[in-house]
Design a protein around this ligand. Structure first.
Ligand code: NAD
Ligand code: UD1
Length: 338
């Protein structure tokens, strides 16, 4: 059974390709490589022993998608393709709205034309409004996004919800990811951020390997157990498996389903630093810096709905996340450029 995977060469997409293959699905990848390398797919082949059908191109290109769907009978799509850097989205809103929304609109149009009315969408915990109580449930308030990236996820969900309302044959699943970290245990695929990482875990591993002098801890005066920000880190392989569970759900339901993919446990920045040091026997020098504008003190999921409805729950713990991040980083100090 073939699954169209947009953005499949990226961090989460490549890990999902591995899990799809292991669950006997055949990924058909389309990616324009604007934030990834085709080497990730060669590595997926190394892990799974299977070739991946790959189209290098843009998901906003309707003719390309039409040709792919004429060539391959797919059962559904997983839509990872998108731009994801929060700061960049503030500086380049037009490019973010264009890329992230047009890709979704184009994909849905072509899927509908081919009668494939099933899609899993990469949404984010960022769609939740900042004034919710923790933990975040799928019914918690959304909106009040603080940047264009967040709005593209909010609007992407809404587009899919409206499509499912208008045509009862559609089945859409909006997956709200918390903080994906870690890498496949082989150390062959992982996260390869361009330039200076924005997110905590790649910054920690680049500091541990000596590419960064120290980690700046953004604020130690939040109302948390040690004053630093608390997040729900989830191993990327668990996240990838959540997509396999979502496909099974898609195939037996219509309408819209929305699910948190998180562990339900929050760790602070300093918890993560200490866990990384002790899991890997390395040192992560850090300094306390000012708060990062727009950050919340605490953000973690209530994952009960995913457990009860999708039959999915995270298996890996904080130690696994730290070990696997370091395994990838130390084997590939320059990511796929090595
Ligand atoms: P990534 O940048 O590694 O992967 C995205 C992939 O999409 C890249 O390979 C990129 O080249 C491709 N792409 C972007 N625009 C495209 C287009 N128009 N046509 C074809 N390919 C295109 O990012 P990721 O971390 O793997 O994230 C995957 C998805 O999950 C994104 O939509 C992201 O917004 C969402 N998400 C990520 C996180 C996270 O922390 N990583 C959290 C929440 C949601
Ligand atoms: C970021 C994005 C969010 C996205 C999420 C998932 C921002 C403002 N938000 O959120 O839209 O959905 O990633 O990947 O970028 N930290 C440091 N030093 C660093 C980096 C981070 O102290 O160098 C702290 C942050 O202040 C935060 C925690 O580490 O408390 C996690 O940060 P990060 O990895 O950027 O994730 P989010 O803030 O959850």
């Amino acid at each position: 059974m073939k699954v169209l995977v947009t953005g499949g060469a990226g961090y989460i997409g490549s890990h999902t390709c591995v899990e799809l293959i292991e669950a006997d699905y055949t990924p058909i990848v389309v990616d324009n490589l604007c934030n990834s390398s085709a080497k990730s797919l060669e590595r997926v082949k190394e892990i799974t022993g299977q070739d991946i059908t790959f189209y290098q191109g843009d998901v906003c290109d309707e003719a390309l998608l039409d040709a792919i769907l004429s060539e391959h009978e797919v059962i559904c799509a997983i839509h990872f393709a998108g731009l994801k850097a929060v700061g960049e989205s503030v500086a380049m809103p037009l490019e973010y709205y264009r890329n992230n929304l047009l890709s979704t609109l184009t994909l849905c149009k072509v899927l509908g034309k081919h009668g494939v009315k099933k899609i899993v969408f990469s949404s984010s915990a960022t769609v939740y409004s900042g004034d919710n109580e923790m933990p975040l449930r799928e019914t918690s308030k959304t909106g009040n996004c603080t940047n264009p990236y967040g709005w593209t996820k909010y609007m992407g969900e809404q587009i899919l919800r409206d499509i499912a309302k208008a045509d009862g044959e559609w089945s859409v699943v909006n997956l709200r990811y918390f903080n994906p970290v870690g890498a496949h245990k082989s150390g062959l695929i992982g996260e390869h951020p361009n330039g200076i990482p924005n997110n905590l875990m790649p910054f920690i591993s680049q500091t541990a390997i000596g590419k960064r002098h120290h980690l700046n801890v953004f604020g130690n005066d939040y109302p948390t157990h040690d004053g630093t920000g608390v997040r729900d880190y989830i191993h990327v392989v668990d996240l990838a498996r959540g997509h396999v569970a979502a496909i099974k759900y898609l195939l037996s339901h219509t309408g819209e389903g929305v699910f948190n993919l998180g562990t339900g446990t929050g760790y602070s920045v300093l918890d993560m630093v200490k866990a990384f040091e002790s899991a890997n026997g390395v040192s992560v020098p850090y300094e306390i810096a000012d708060r990062r504008p727009g950050d919340l003190a605490t953000c973690y999921a209530e994952p009960a709905k995913s457990r009860e409805v999708l039959g999915w729950q995270a298996q890996f713990d904080q130690n696994d996340m730290c070990r696997d991040s370091w395994n990838w980083q130390s084997k590939n100090p320059n990511g796929y450029d090595d």
